[in-house]
Design a protein around this ligand. Structure first.
Ligand code: UD1
Ligand code: CA
Length: 469
C-alpha cells in the first residue's frame, strides 16, 4: 500500500479572474482545472487525497458528485477563512488524519502539471525534508522567486509582493508544488507566522524552516516551464488554454487526423477523432464529441457533444448539438441539428435545415430550408424544400411521424400530432392536418383560377388615384 498522501490546495477565490465562478472550476480546453490536477494526483496511486476547499466550495462538491469522484478517493477539507497557503495545507493535513511518509502538495490552479514531473519530484526528494519544483521563466512576474546562495543552494522563497528590486530580477520561480516528509510538515506548519505585510501564512516558508533546522531541500528544475504555469488571471488562463490546445491538436495529428490549419481548429479535452478524418479551418469540436474514421468536417462547423459514425461529411458552417449521426450521412452547409436528433445512415440534411428531437431514417433526405421538430422520418423518405412541422401550440409539443419512402412536397406544413403513412405523397403547398394513409396523396391546395387581363385593368384603376408617398 502506498504511503504517499496528497493535499490539493483549492480554497482560493477568483479575485484576479474577476469571476463569480470558483477558480478551480474554470475550464482549460473544456475541462475544469481541478480535474487535471486530481487526475495527475490519482495517477500516483496515493493512499488518500485531501482537497482543500473554501470559496465556492458547494459548486466544487456538486461538480465532484456529478463525476462520481466524490467519496471514492477524496477527503474534503474546508478552509473556512482564506489565510494563506500554509493555513490551507494545515487544513488539508488535518483531514488526512494520522499519517506518516511523504505528502505531496499540489495547487489547484496549476493544472497542467505532468505526472512525469511529479514522479521526478518524488524521486529527487527521497528522504530529504522537502522537495520543490522550480522553473526559469523569461517573465517571472507574480510568482514567488527562488533564493539561492553563492554555492547555488536554495535558502528561501520570496513572494513578489515582498521582494526587493534585486530579488524581482530573479527568473527562477516556485511552481507551488512540494513534496514534504509528514513529520517535518506537521512540525513546520506550527512554526509559520503570518507575513507582516499580507497577514497570510505562506507555505513557502517551509524552505527557510528546513534550512534553519539543517534539513535538506531538493529542487527539480524544469526545462519546459509551461506545465507549471498558474492560472491566476484571464490572460494566464487564455495562455494555458492555447498551450493545452496545442498539445491536444498535436496528439490528434499524430494519430492520423488531417487538418487544414492546426492553429485554427479548437478541440476540447476528451474529444475523440478517428484516423483519416479531416478538419477544416475554424472547426470546433466540443464536450464529449466523438468522430468516426474518414469523416470530413468542413470549415467553421461547431459540434457539441455529438457522435458521428464513419465517413460522415459535415459541410461548412453547420452547428450540431447532442446528436448522433450515423455512417456516411451528409449534413450542411449551414445545417443546424439540435439535441436528441439522430441522422440515419447515408441520410442527407441540406442547407438551412433545422432538426430538433428528430429521427431521420437511413437514406432519408431533407435537403433545403426546413424545420423538423419532434419528428420521426422513415427510411428513404424525401422532405421537400420549405417543409415545416408545426409542433408547438404555445403549450405543448406534438409529434409528427412520416413513414418510410414517403414524399413530402415542397412548402408543406404538418400540423402535429399527425402521421403520413408509408410511401404516401403530400402535394406541394399542402397543410396536413389529419393522417395521410399509406400510399395516399394528400392535397389541400385551393384550386388555381386565372383572371384574364387583370394586370392591365389594375394599372388603369391605379392611374386614377394619387400616388402613395
Ligand atoms: C503561490 C506561491 C508562489 C508560487 C505560486 C505558483 C505562496 C505564498 N506562494 O502563489 O510562491 O510561485 O503559488 O503558482 O504559497 N489557496 C488556498 N487557501 C488559501 C490561499 C491559497 O487553498 O488561503 C490555494 C489557492 O486556491 C491556489 C493555491 O493555494 O490553488 C496557491 O494560492 P495562490 O493564492 O494562487 O498563490 P500564488 O499567489 O499563485
Ligand atoms: Ca496561483
Amino acid at each position: 500500500m502506498s504511503s504517499l498522501n496528497i493535499i490539493v490546495l483549492a480554497a482560493g477565490n477568483s479575485t484576479r479572474l474577476k469571476s463569480e465562478k470558483t477558480k478551480v472550476l474554470h475550464p482549460i480546453c473544456g475541462r475544469p482545472m481541478l480535474d487535471y490536477v486530481l487526475a495527475a494526483a490519482k495517477s500516483l496511486k496515493p493512499k488518500s487525497i485531501a482537497l482543500v476547499l473554501g470559496h465556492g466550495r458547494e459548486s466544487v462538491v456538486e461538480h465532484l458528485k456529478v463525476q462520481g469522484a466524490h467519496k471514492n478517493f477524496l477527503k474534503l477539507a474546508h478552509q473556512k477563512e482564506r489565510r494563506g497557503t500554509a493555513h490551507a495545507a494545515m487544513t488539508g493535513l488535518k483531514a488526512l488524519g494520522s499519517i506518516s511518509g511523504r505528502v505531496l502538495i499540489l495547487s489547484g490552479d496549476v493544472p497542467l502539471i505532468e505526472t512525469a514531473t511529479l514522479r521526478a519530484l518524488l524521486r529527487i526528494t527521497g528522504k530529504k525534508a522537502l522537495g520543490l519544483v522550480t522553473a526559469l521563466l523569461p517573465d517571472p512576474q507574480h510568482y514567488g522567486r527562488i533564493l539561492r546562495d553563492e554555492t547555488g543552494r536554495i535558502y528561501g522563497i520570496v513572494e513578489e509582493k515582498n521582494a526587493n528590486a534585486a530579488q524581482r530580477q530573479i527568473n527562477e520561480i516556485n511552481a507551488g508544488i512540494y513534496c514534504v516528509q509528514a513529520d517535518f510538515l506537521k512540525a513546520s506548519l506550527k512554526k509559520i507566522r503570518a507575513n507582516a505585510k499580507t497577514k497570510e501564512f505562506y507555505l513557502t516558508d517551509l524552505v527557510s524552516l528546513a534550512i534553519q533546522s539543517d534539513r535538506d531541500v531538493a529542487a527539480h528544475s524544469l526545462s519546459n516551464p509551461h506545465e507549471i504555469m498558474g492560472a491566476n488571471t484571464r490572460a494566464e488562463l487564455a495562455f494555458l488554454n492555447l498551450y493545452a490546445q496545442d498539445l491536444l491538436v498535436g496528439n490528434h495529428l499524430a494519430h492520423g487526423v488531417g487538418m487544414q490549419d492546426p492553429d485554427g481548429v479548437y478541440v476540447d479535452f476528451g474529444v475523440k477523432i478517428g484516423a483519416d478524418s479531416y478538419l477544416g479551418s475554424g472547426v470546433q469540436l466540443l464536450g464529449n464529441t466523438r468522430i468516426g474514421t474518414g469523416c470530413t468536417i468542413e470549415p467553421g462547423c461547431i459540434l457539441h457533444d455529438s457522435v458521428l459514425g464513419n465517413g460522415v461529411t459535415v459541410k461548412a458552417y453547420s452547428y450540431l448539438e447532442s446528436c448522433q449521426v450515423k455512417a456516411r450521412a451528409t449534413l450542411g452547409p449551414f445545417a443546424r441539428v439540435r439535441p436528441d436528433s439522430v441522422i440515419g445512415e447515408g441520410a442527407k440534411v441540406g442547407n438551412f435545415v433545422e432538426l430538433k428531437k428528430t429521427h431521420l431514417g437511413a437514406g432519408a433526405k431533407a435537403n433545403h430550408l426546413s424545420y423538423l421538430g419532434d419528428t420521426k422520418v422513415g427510411r428513404g423518405a424525401n422532405i421537400g424544400a420549405g417543409t415545416i412541422t408545426c409542433n408547438y401550440d404555445g403549450w405543448h409539443k406534438f409529434v409528427t411521424v412520416i413513414g418510410d419512402d414517403a414524399f413530402i412536397g415542397s412548402d408543406t406544413q404538418l400540423i402535429a400530432p399527425v402521421q403520413v403513412g408509408k410511401g404516401a405523397y403530400v402535394a406541394s403547398g399542402t397543410t396536413v392536418t389529419k393522417r395521410v394513409p399509406p400510399g395516399a396523396l394528400a392535397v389541400s391546395r385551393v384550386p388555381q383560377r386565372n383572371v384574364a387581363d387583370w394586370a392591365r385593368k389594375k394599372n388603369l384603376r391605379n392611374k386614377k388615384k394619387p400616388r402613395a408617398k
